[in-house]
Design a protein around this ligand. Structure first.
Ligand code: SF4
Length: 120
């Protein structure tokens, strides 16, 4: 089978065409470096994504803080993890690096704060 991927590893965004059987990549073209083949293989075998979003903060100088995952998670668990994140409410102050959810849904990734919020 053939499929075209846009490599998201770097800003070049190469259009990588892959020929594959199941999860075995037979050939790739269009990638400017070996990371393109690794990306396509990962996408076929175990596609992963990270999340950057926001969480409510009570009593803070702003109503929201930004958060992100510490490691990419399986793409098909994004909505489950977003639901977990959306249930959270923090209390100011919050600090960069604070863990909002440790090992979210047992996926080996933490949700951490990326924006400091002082008390109001
Ligand atoms: S194939 Fe290499 S150069 Fe092209 S987008 Fe991916 S990482 Fe960047």
């Amino acid at each position: 089978m053939k499929r075209t991927f846009t490599c998201i590893v770097c800003p070049n965004g190469c259009e990588v065409e892959a020929e594959y059987e199941g999860t075995t990549v037979l050939s790739v073209t269009g990638n400017l470096c070996p990371k393109g083949k690794a990306y396509v293989t990962q996408e076929l075998v175990d596609p992963r994504r990270t999340i950057a979003t926001s969480v409510r903060v009570e009593g803070g100088s702003l109503p929201l803080t930004s958060v992100r995952l510490t490691k990419a998670i399986p793409k098909d668990r994004i909505f489950d993890v977003m639901a977990e994140i959306n249930r959270q409410t923090l209390t100011a102050p919050v600090h960069i690096g604070d863990v909002v959810i440790a090992d979210v849904l047992g996926l080996g990734s933490d949700v951490i704060v990326t924006k400091h919020i002082d008390r109001a």
